[in-house]
Design a protein around this ligand. Structure first.
Ligand SMILES: C[S@@+](CC[C@H](N)C(=O)[O-])C[C@H]1O[C@@H](n2cnc3c(N)ncnc32)[C@H](O)[C@@H]1O
Length: 434
């Protein structure tokens, strides 16, 4: 059988991402199914690493190349970035990084690029110190973020934007959500320790456990039996804030892949009349899988949440979660490909959709009911500005004050910034219909 090259798969994945054909996580899960023998952990290290340092590696590559590569040779460009990543960010010995990278030109069927790749990487090795100094003079290279994200963060968080950018470049911990019907948090941490996995409790969600190092989910005790799930603590916190009462009728309007649907259900031992809605059929499949594994029940519907006539039976909900589609600028540390896949122009399109969703869903809420608007964004335009615009035009909506010692300053709602106490960047605004 032909031997799989993990580095070749990494370069192909990076070429796919650079062409903006899809996300890293979905591409990698597809690879795992297609090549069961591939070393996914290594491919993940290469691809996530290159995306995390993309703007920096790209700056170095452009310094060293005499002229930019043609679009059809973007695989060679990604190959050079991978070689540079190994030289600058991994412990691979230089000669191995260079030889293996050069060797891949043949596998890419780009023999002509052999001497070019060799020359670029050897020059990088020789001029490492000068290059590292040069990149400090270029903001995008220094912070390894696209210009538009740096500018947006600087505008919204003038005092903490540099810290946010730095946190975005640090790999996030693997955080778990415990299904407390299976036992207490301290018991589960004990079960992890017995399995050789070191962990500690989270600080803001009673169900959160933070692992010292990531592990394969199948190694987590009781994973298949639904005792535990993977979810960031800030994301789990949604269930604490909305806290639907047992027996209430709840809508999760943008539910897929179902992390928050399941967190809300688990909190009350499954006792909710829950509708999980999303307009993405494929992602909804993941909601079903999660519910099945956790032995929870919800009605699942694929529809555009804005078009309420197509899915709503007219019976108002006691609680609505609107975990809105957003820039995901709060979760760059988990999804560094956002740096390549999102653009400044996306924000106005997302703003329109977020406002449309708020306006369309509000009539579905019972008088006295609560709607939680949340995003994994750190941009004020998607967060407090959306909510304040909505409240201004909606006479029966008011914001319920929420606070937390770890939250950053907002005019309405609450914001966690990425990396603060290990949390993802998350925004929440709890609204009441009166
Ligand atoms: C932030 S993600 C939701 C994550 C999910 N709440 C969780 O915790 O697992 C946003 C979701 O909104 C969905 N979406 C986007 N536009 C929508 C629309 N018009 N109607 C319903 N769902 C929509 C996307 O398919 C995506 O799954």
């Amino acid at each position: 059988m032909k031997k799989i090259s993990n580095r070749l798969l990494a370069v192909q994945t990076l070429t796919f991402i650079a062409a903006e054909n899809g996300s890293l996580s979905s591409r990698l899960s597809g690879l795992g199914q297609k090549y069961p023998d591939a070393n996914l952990a290594l491919i993940r290290e290469y691809t996530y690493g290159v995306c995390r340092w993309y703007q920096r590696l790209d700056f170095i590559a452009n310094r060293l190349l005499q002229k930019p590569l043609r679009k059809k040779d973007s695989d060679v460009h990604c190959l050079i970035l991978l070689g540079l990543y190994q030289l600058f960010h991994m412990r691979t010995p230089d000669h191995a990084a260079i030889n293996e990278t050069v060797g891949l030109t043949r596998m890419l069927k780009k023999d002509w690029a052999r001497s070019l790749v060799n020359a670029v990487l050897r020059k990088a090795q020789r001029e490492r110190e000068t290059l590292e100094l040069d990149l400090q003079a270029d903001q995008c290279a220094q912070y390894s973020h696209p210009e538009w994200i740096i500018a947006a963060l600087q505008k919204d968080w003038p005092e903490s934007f540099q810290e946010i950018l730095a946190q975005n470049n640090i790999q996030a911990p693997m955080t778990l959500r415990l299904n407390t019907t299976s036992g207490s948090r301290s018991d589960y941490i004990g079960r992890l320790q017995d399995a050789g996995i070191d962990a500690r409790p989270g600080n803001i969600s009673e169900t959160a456990i933070i692992l010292d190092s990531p592990v394969e989910v199948m190694l987590l005790p009781g994973f298949q039996d639904g005792h535990i799930s993977v979810q960031d603590e800030a994301s789990q916190f949604v269930a604490t804030l909305l806290a639907p009462a047992p027996g209430s009728k709840v809508l999760d309007a943008c539910a897929a892949p179902g992390g928050k649907t399941c967190a809300m259900l688990e909190r009350v031992s499954g006792q909710l009349d829950m509708l999980a809605l999303d307009n993405n059929e494929e992602r909804l499949q993941r909601v079903s899988e999660n519910l099945d594994r956790l032995k929870l029940k919800a009605k699942i519907t694929c529809a555009n949440a804005v078009d309420t006539e197509s899915w709503w039976d007219g019976q108002p909900f006691d609680a609505i979660l609107l975990d809105a589609p957003c820039s995901a600028t709060g979760v760059i540390r988990r999804h560094p490909d956002i740096k390549l896949l999102r653009h400044a122009k996306d924000i106005s399109r997302l703003n329109l959709l977020q406002q449309e969703l708020l306006v369309a869903l509000w009539p579905c809420l019972k008088k006295g009911g609560k709607l939680l608007y949340s995003t994994c964004s750190v941009l004020r335009a998607e967060n407090e500005q959306q909510v304040s615009t909505f409240i201004e035009v909606t006479k029966d909506a008011k914001a319920i004050p929420t606070s937390h010692p770890l939250a950053s300053n907002c005019s309405i709602g609450m914001q966690f910034l990425p990396g603060n106490d290990n949390l993802d960047g998350f925004y929440y605004a709890l609204l009441e219909k009166y």
